[in-house]
Design a protein around this ligand. Structure first.
Ligand code: G3H
Ligand code: ZN
Length: 283
């Protein structure tokens, strides 16, 4: 069932667990994620970036694929647009049938970020679609989003931003970075998570939660109010590593054999994450 993320996340915030937002870009990754969700009876958020949408051929491709798959995988799923930076893309995704969008105005000055996010909220809320905003700057790079520096979110900015925009959930910069760890220190500033959670009282979103962050920090952050944890890099690593192993055997030339192992690896990774986030049997 495709549902707005807000439905899944408000329950998560109350129950002090988090729902994984797993990035996908093709059929096999999507199946791997949904298989894990079904196995553990967990809600999940299927996340797609602009690059993934371009790769697939448009947002409607993901909508059609996910709707069809959900006839088999009967768990609550939200189809989410990740890190959109303009209203046009948001409108295209919502019109196609997405049930959740993130508008990332974190590169803009505060007032412009508020104005852009408000425009998205206005469009989305009428259509029962959830909106995630971002304040502060998350480091690292993922598809078209990149920043060399992390600019930590302040609780004051977070409160003012949420009040001014009416977003359902908030991505904040608390020490993590997108992409591979690459030697830089990544952490979750738990004092800051607590302070932001108290300031806004809506589900917080932890971006850049793949390699480099300890499981213990993630668990503690969830206990403090993080209700959505974003994972992309760990899925890409699992998928490509499995491909490399399978392709070592030169006699294998059936794409279905090659991709089945990658799909299985994604499933196993997502099973680990769902267990860590505490959303088992919350579907
Ligand atoms: O928006 C997606 C996530 O923040 C991905 O983070 O690259 O650490 O998996 P990651
Ligand atoms: Zn992100």
């Amino acid at each position: 069932m495709l549902v707005p993320a807000q439905k899944i996340l408000s329950r998560a915030l109350k129950g002090r667990y988090a729902v994984g937002a797993f990035n996908t870009s093709n059929l096999e990754i999507t199946q791997g994620i949904l298989e894990a969700a079904k196995k553990l009876c967990s809600p999940v958020i299927l996340s797609t970036s602009l690059k993934a949408i371009r790769y697939a051929g448009g947002p409607d491709v993901f909508v059609a694929m996910v709707r069809e798959l959900l006839k088999k995988y009967r768990v609550p799923v939200s189809l989410h647009l990740d890190h959109a930076t303009d209203l046009l893309l948001v409108k295209a995704a919502i019109t196609a049938g997405y049930t959740s969008v993130m508008i990332d105005g974190s590169h803009l000055p505060f007032r412009k970020n508020v104005a852009l996010t408000k425009a998205v909220v206005r469009f989305a809320k009428k259509r029962n679609v959830s909106v995630e905003g971002e304040i502060g700057v998350i480091g690292g790079s993922e598809d078209y989003i990149r920043s060399k520096k992390i600019l930590l979110t302040t609780p004051q900015d977070a409160r003012a931003f949420v009040r001014a925009t009416g977003v359902h959930s908030l991505a904040c910069a608390v020490g993590t970075a997108h992409g591979r760890a690459r030697g830089q220190r990544e952490y979750v500033d738990l004092h800051l998570v607590r302070a932001i959670a108290r300031a806004v009282r809506i589900p917080l979103v932890l971006h850049g939660a793949s390699e480099g962050i300890s499981q213990d920090e993630i668990r503690k952050a969830i206990g403090l109010g993080v209700s959505k944890v974003n994972i992309d890099t760990d899925i890409r690593l699992a998928f490509t590593e499995a491909l490399r192993v399978t392709l070592k055997d030169k006699s294998v030339y059936d794409p279905r054999t090659v991709l089945s192992s990658a799909r299985e690896a994604v499933m196993e990774t997502v099973v680990e994450k769902i267990t860590l986030f505490g959303s088992v049997r919350k579907a």
